[in-house]
Design a protein around this ligand. Structure first.
Ligand code: UD1
Ligand code: CA
Length: 451
């Protein structure tokens, strides 16, 4: 395969986001938009990725360099337009001889297929590939102008378009591809004598036509090219991402009782025959294996849920949770950094943090793993088949042997042997007739005060 590169434009100010965070660091599906663009480039096999940033975006520059290495950042000195921005990547791609795609850093939903098609189109012969779409409301988009025989002859920005051109509904997504040599040669010819006074990347099409480099359109859906300029569009992109994830889950054989109330992260893995009840939220890093059931109103993050497990309703799984086969985590149970053995249960109201729970153990309602002393975290280890009575506080570091019993209401501070019973609460006392005597004494006292 011919060498491929990607130039990701992200030097714009993003002022309409009204944010201290760079626009492209805002997340869709739990992943910064810039990472969506980078992953798309990687999935197309781009061996070189250059992100174009402004001189002000120093933190972002450092982040990109840390992730993609030196030479992955190009600085656009001033925001003079998309053509100017793309040209800023020239030095970084010095000596690169394959094809290059230009993407925008704020367009997170583009699927891999049209990008592959764009590369193929320009690899087959010298050409300029443009990702276009039929717009419901063409608005401010650049219009793709075709000749009578269907050749793309120019892209005209809305502000520069004649009324006739403005009536065209085939629009520019912003993504373009060309052989790197063609791209940089033509970019150097772009002028800014237009309505915005900017150097337009889109001028490549008309400039290419003059030199005999034809342009070709690859089409995609409008929803896939949504560019995020505001918080409202960020929410729109999120909604679009979520509905895509829900549809994919349904197609894969996952039951979603009420799909529109389930929220996925970009990396959520849910196998066939999982049932997800309404109002479930997935944070980063969750894997749910076949046959598990996630009941309503649960929040999962950084957790592995094995086959046959049941989680919720109202459960919270935090990072480092591993539920082995058929484990059950019930209502108002929070689990963090804890492995719950096969068939073990914590059915109600518990905090299980920094622990290991053996197979078949039963954790009673109200059990707390007291894992934190204000400075360090400590481990709680519970043996297979152990039974922890309700409302017990297990003060870590502590371990409970296999098959041991903990009496309800215990505060356990020392290790418990296998098969032992440990009760750590004050003994029960009983005074017979005390209630009656108390009432007599108190009513007499009250009668005295009334006299
Ligand atoms: C661009 C296209 C338009 C297309 C639309 C799709 C051009 C001239 N126009 O218009 O045809 O329909 O996208 O959304 O390309 N950027 C820089 N430096 C700059 C200017 C922009 O890095 O000097 C970056 C921005 O951060 C942004 C991207 O390029 O990620 C697009 O810029 P924007 O100004 O939003 O382009 P549009 O006017 O929307
Ligand atoms: Ca835009």
């Amino acid at each position: 395969m011919a060498a491929r590169a990607s130039i990701i434009l992200a030097a714009g100010q993003g002022t309409r986001m009204k944010s201290n965070l760079p626009k492209v660091m805002h997340e869709v599906g739990g992943r910064p938009m810039i990472d969506w663009a980078i992953e798309l480039a990687k999935s197309a096999g781009c061996e070189r990725i250059v992100v174009v940033l402004s001189p002000m975006q120093t933190e972002l520059q450092a982040r990109i360099r840390a992730r993609l290495g030196d030479g992955s950042v190009a600085i656009q000195s001033e925001p003079l337009g998309t053509g100017h921005a793309a040209l800023a990547a020239k030095d970084a791609l010095q000596g690169f001889e394959g094809s290059a795609i230009v993407q925008f850093g704020d367009t997170p939903l583009i699927p891999p297929e049209p990008v592959e098609a764009l590369f193929k189109a320009v690899e087959a012969r010298p050409a300029i590939g443009v990702l276009g779409f039929e717009a419901a409301h063409a608005g401010a988009y650049g219009r793709l102008i075709e000749t009578e025989d269907g050749q793309l002859s120019a892209i005209v920005e809305a502000k520069d378009a004649t009324p006739e051109q403005r009536s065209v509904t085939l629009c520019n997504s912003g993504v373009m591809a060309a052989r790197a040599s063609d791209m940089f040669r033509l970019l150097a010819q772009v002028r800014n004598d237009n309505a915005k006074g900017e150097y337009y990347l889109t001028d490549l099409v008309a400039l290419g036509a003059v030199e005999g480099v034809p342009s070709t359109v690859v089409r995609c859906n409008e929803a896939d090219t949504l560019g995020v300029n505001s918080r409202a569009q960020l929410a729109e992109a999120e909604a679009s991402f979520q509905s895509r994830m829900r549809q994919e889950a349904l197609d894969r054989g996952v039951t979603l009782t009420c799909p529109e109330t389930v929220f996925f992260n970009y990396d959520t893995q849910v196998e066939t025959d999982v049932v997800i009840e309404p109002n479930v939220v997935f944070g980063a890093g969750v894997e749910v294996r076949s046959g598990a059931r996630i009941r309503a109103f649960s929040h999962l993050e950084g957790a592995i849920v094995s086959s046959g497990c049941e989680v919720g309703p109202y459960a919270r799984l935090r990072p480092g949770t591993v539920l082995e086969e058929r484990a059950k985590i019930g209502n108002f149970v929070e689990v963090k950094k804890t492995r719950v053995g096969a068939g073990a249960k914590a059915n109600h109201l518990a905090y299980l943090g920094d622990g290991e729970i053996g197979a078949g153990a039963n954790i009673g309602a109200g059990t707390i793993f007291c894992n934190y002393d204000g400075f360090f975290k400590h481990k709680t280890i519970i043996g297979a088949g152990a039974f922890v009575g309700s409302n017990s506080a297990l003060v870590a570091p502590v371990s409970i042997g296999n098959g041991a019993y903990i009496g309800s209401g215990s505060v356990i501070t020392k290790d418990v042997d296998a098969d032992a019973l440990s009760v750590a609460r004050s003994g029960q006392i009983e005074k017979s007739g005390w209630g009656h005597a108390f009432r007599e004494k108190m009513s007499a006292r009250k009668a005295e005060t009334k006299m």
